[in-house]
Ligand binder design. Structure first.
Ligand code: PNS
Length: 161
């Protein structure tokens, strides 16, 4: 059986923490689709094409990883792609309630798709796209927090405004 997983998220922008989760998923599953989806609770800084481009550059060295976007529900996208699994990173405390709720809803929506949580590594446990955006908005360097190329795009984005 081909084991295919979706790594979903807003990725606004992709961080080194996301890449760590994607790498670990790519070692566990035959194929991984990184899916840029809409989180109705967030107003993104980067457009979807910008986020896709950053993700494609950052994951280019992983041969079993592809990057896509989708509208609508995550489980519908997973089913259309023939995926059996959703993989998400879980940071200490802050993520649990939301991820637990999403995991439960997605299970109700499609019982054939399993959600797997990978605990974030210690060094990324405090890292989030929103922290990265906030640091960049104050002109701080974010190179150590994001894949190569993303910090420059953040600088460009904040110098536009
Ligand atoms: O990186 P994020 O913002 O935590 O990712 C959340 C995301 C985009 C995966 C989530 O909002 C999502 O799955 N959006 C698609 C709509 C959906 O399926 N919602 C869950 C059922 S209400």
């Amino acid at each position: 059986m081909l084991r295919k997983a979706i790594c979903p998220g807003s990725f606004d922008p992709v961080t080194r923490g996301h890449i760590d989760i994607i790498e670990r998923a790519a070692r566990t599953f035959d194929q991984v689709i990184v899916a840029v989806l809409t989180n109705p609770r967030k107003s993104p800084l980067f457009t979807v094409p910008e986020r896709l481009e950053m993700l494609r550059e950052a994951t280019a060295y992983m041969p079993n990883v592809s990057v896509m976007t989708a509208n609508g529900l995550l489980v519908d996208f997973a089913r259309e792609q023939g995926a059996q699994a959703i993989v998400k990173g879980l940071r200490p405390i802050q993520d649990f309630e939301y991820e637990w709720q999403m995991g439960m809803v997605n299970h109700d929506l499609d019982r054939d798709i399993e959600t797997y949580f990978l605990m974030s590594r210690n060094e990324y446990s405090y890292l989030s796209s929103s922290i990265v955006r906030e640091l960049a908005s104050f002109g701080r360097d974010t190179d150590s927090l994001v894949p190569p190329g993303v910090a420059a795009r953040l600088r460009a984005k904040f110098s536009e405004s």
